[in-house]
Design a protein. Structure first.
Ligand SMILES: C[S@@+](CC[C@H](N)C(=O)[O-])C[C@H]1O[C@@H](n2cnc3c(N)ncnc32)[C@H](O)[C@@H]1O
Length: 189
């Protein structure tokens, strides 16, 4: 059975469509994150790897990307795209993150946070797995987006809601670092 709030894994190909590549241009978009070779990244709800593979290129062969998704179908679609060896798939259901404490320099979550229940618990797990000097960066749909693509508006999270959960979980510095008419980026450390 497919969970109503969750992206339908049978539609995985739409997540790597040429139109979406053109819209986001992941290597260019991710350049603003300042990732370094050798770092460890967690890609939350990685899907077929739209962001995972460019993240792996940024951390290089000495780095590591944990590609976490609840859907084995999504992870199979990622594997079919031949990711580099620094990508490590992890089949897990958020908010649980089956990684040790202080594991990652960056937890990156694109268009997944609004699909996770309960959201407060995810913020606590993110604080636990992120290194003391690490960061969490969340890309989400605006509830007041200009266009109608994306999840139902009732499912979307405002930057204020998201910042509240991250603050309660122990992140001291939270800022919206980018937005356009449809989406925003929230960074916590
Ligand atoms: C809208 S897709 C976004 C995929 C990818 N981040 C991207 O932007 O291309 C959301 C992804 O999160 C995964 N997902 C949803 N709920 C999840 C959960 N509770 N735990 C782990 N993964 C989840 C879905 O299977 C799906 O692959």
């Amino acid at each position: 059975m497919h969970d109503e709030r969750r992206f339908n894994p049978q539609h995985h190909h739409t997540l790597v469509s040429p139109q979406r590549q053109a819209r986001w241009d992941p290597p260019r978009f991710l350049a603003r994150l300042g990732l370094q070779q050798g770092q460890t990244v967690l890609d939350l709800g990685c899907g077929p790897g739209f962001w995972t593979i460019p993240l792996a290129e940024l951390v290089g062969p000495t780095g590591k990307v944990w590609a976490l998704d609840v859907s084995q179908e999504m992870l199979d679609a990622l594997a079919a795209r031949n990711p580099p060896p620094q990508v490590h798939p992890l089949c897990a259901k958020l908010p649980t993150i089956d990684l040790p404490d202080d594991e990652v320099d960056l937890a990156w979550g694109a268009f997944v946070y609004h699909e996770v229940e309960p959201p407060q618990r995810l913020a606590v797990e993110l604080r636990r797995v992120t290194k003391p000097d690490g960061r969490v960066i969340i890309l989400e749909w605006r509830p007041d987006a200009k266009h109608d693509d994306g999840p139902p508006r009732a499912h979307r999270l405002s930057p204020r809601q998201l910042a509240g959960w991250l603050r309660e979980a122990g992140f001291g510095k939270i800022a919206q670092t980018w937005h356009d008419v449809d989406a925003y980026l929230l960074e916590a450390s």
